[in-house]
Design a protein around this ligand. Structure first.
Ligand code: SAH
Ligand code: SF4
Ligand code: F3S
Length: 441
């Protein structure tokens, strides 16, 4: 039996897909080289913006055609949907895609073996499980191993912040932190099986408060310091952080934990305090800039990244200019920016002053042009410098490999094949907005 998993959405979903693959391997499945070869297809889905959710349903429509073609060849295809769309749409999934066999929420996918066993006994049934179970899914998953030099490691899940635009608190539930020892154990296993970089994941990762072996609550700074003691771990990152939870202990790690990469994704969303308040963000633009000052004091070479939303209900030109102002102050080296997308069930979807699409589009373009200017400026500044790069995949040309610098820039270089999953010193020779080129030194 062969499986194929298609992942939509954030890094947490990429991690979850890896864990789902792990479950399937213990059940004797192997990975299909292409979707039409698969006896079991799973879409691990995202509900963050309307476009993301709609893409799932249009791709499911295409998948149904493949399922029918396979059926004509006498082949059965089991179709499953997992992730945030399941949590948000529930039974609606079946109404819109009646050929789906099962649907599991982000906190219930460890129950996959039981679900597959039920389906093999009785066809033509729809199984859905969107519990927020009392048991911890991580306790029920098979052990996790590295598939490359860089691995994701979920340390925290869920969010209690309820930003008024966001579905995540509803799809991923309340904040939960994995115990310190469970994280360290998974980290050791990942490192032993070849990872040199770990990216600690959580929807609100810097609110981490897992219990240690003696039952004390520990924060993310503690976890990072413990991880840094593990031999062979050369790089630590974490994502995504919430500004109000950036405490001084975590900031001090940028001063004295050399494995912690000098790059931080810290979403500000807007530069306008009025809009931040309407978004229910627990920080002002001033609070945010103070955090950046402290980070720069701990490590002057730190590079910042952020998420932005334009066209939040009630956003005026003045509010939007405040967002451009904060970009000019922080000079982000990378960023993601989105048009506000009203999500069913979230407070902002019902707020007055919804912004017309045309204005959202104009603002997004202006913001992105400014962000790209800073990104290109930073990339250009890297030319001539030597940077340690972790090579993770083959490039398009023969002998070419793609890796990541400490600042998460993609770097292309021609190197011998054994560079994969290793950190190599590279002299940067060229830069564009989206990537660098370089050669071994
Ligand atoms: N705390 C999580 C949030 C994931 S969502 C994390 O930061 O990883 C990622 C980004 O999507 C958010 O930071 C926000 O900028 C954007 N986003 C969330 N809901 C949105 C919406 N309704 N419309 C547009 N963008 C949204
Ligand atoms: Fe969503 Fe806000 Fe929580 Fe991030 S912090 S997941 S944007 S509610
Ligand atoms: Fe999307 Fe869920 Fe991640 S909504 S961004 S897959 S937490």
């Amino acid at each position: 039996m062969k499986y194929y998993i298609k992942t939509f959405g954030c890094q947490m979903n990429v991690y979850d897909s890896g864990r789902i693959a792990g479950i399937l391997k213990t059940l004797g499945y192997t990975e299909a080289s292409a979707l039409p070869e698969a006896d079991l297809v799973i879409f691990n889905t995202c509900h963050i913006r309307e476009k993301a959710a709609e893409k799932v349903f249009s791709d499911l429509g295409r998948l149904n055609i493949i399922r029918e073609e396979r059926a004509a060849r006498g082949l059965d295809t089991v179709i499953g949907v997992t992730g945030c769309v399941v949590q948000a749409e529930d039974e609606q999934i079946w109404k819109r895609a009646p050929f789906v066999d099962f649907a599991l929420g982000p906190l219930t996918y460890h129950r996959l073996p039981e679900v597959l066993a039920k389906i093999s006994r009785k066809k033509n049934q729809f199984i859905i499980d969107t519990d927020f179970p009392a048991e911890d899914k991580f306790d029920f998953l098979p052990e996790n191993y590295a598939s490359g030099g860089c691995s994701f490691l979920a340390v925290q899940e869920g969010c209690n912040n309820f930003c008024t635009y966001c579905v995540v608190p509803y799809t991923r539930g309340a904040e939960y932190s994995r115990p310190v020892e469970a994280v360290l154990e998974e980290a050791r296993r990942l490192i032993k099986s070849g990872s040199v970089e770990l990216n600690l994941l959580g929807q609100n990762v810097n609110s981490y408060h897992g219990e240690d072996a003696s039952g004390h609550e520990r924060n993310l700074a503690y976890l990072i310091r413990r991880l840094a003691e593990i031999d062979g771990l050369q790089r630590i990152r974490y994502t995504t952080s919430y500004p109000a939870d950036m405490d001084d202990e975590l900031i001090s790690c940028y001063r004295d934990v050399p494995q912690l990469m000098p790059f931080l994704h810290l979403p500000v969303q807007s530069g306008s305090d009025r809009i931040l308040k309407a978004m229910n963000r627990r920080h002002t633009s001033g609070d945010y800039l103070k955090i950046i000052d402290k980070l720069k004091a701990a490590n002057p070479n730190i590079g910042m990244s952020s998420d932005f939303i334009v066209g939040f209900p009630g956003e005026t030109d003045t509010d939007f200019r405040a967002t451009l102002d904060i970009v000019n102050k922080v000079q982000y080296i990378q960023a993601f920016s989105f048009k506000y997308s009203p999500r069913p069930g979230t407070p902002a979807a019902l707020m007055p002053g919804q912004i017309p699409e045309k204005i959202k589009k104009e603002r997004l373009e202006i913001l992105q042009n400014l962000l790209f200017d800073y990104q290109l400026h930073f990339n250009n500044q890297c030319v001539g410098k030597t940077m340690p790069v972790l090579f993770e995949q083959k490039g398009r040309h023969k002998g070419q490999f793609i890796g990541r610098t400490p600042y998460m820039q993609n770097l292309h270089a021609e190197l011998p094949a054994d560079c994969l999953n290793h950190i190599i010193n590279i002299k940067v020779t060229g830069a564009t907005t989206n990537s660098l080129t370089g050669k071994g030194v």
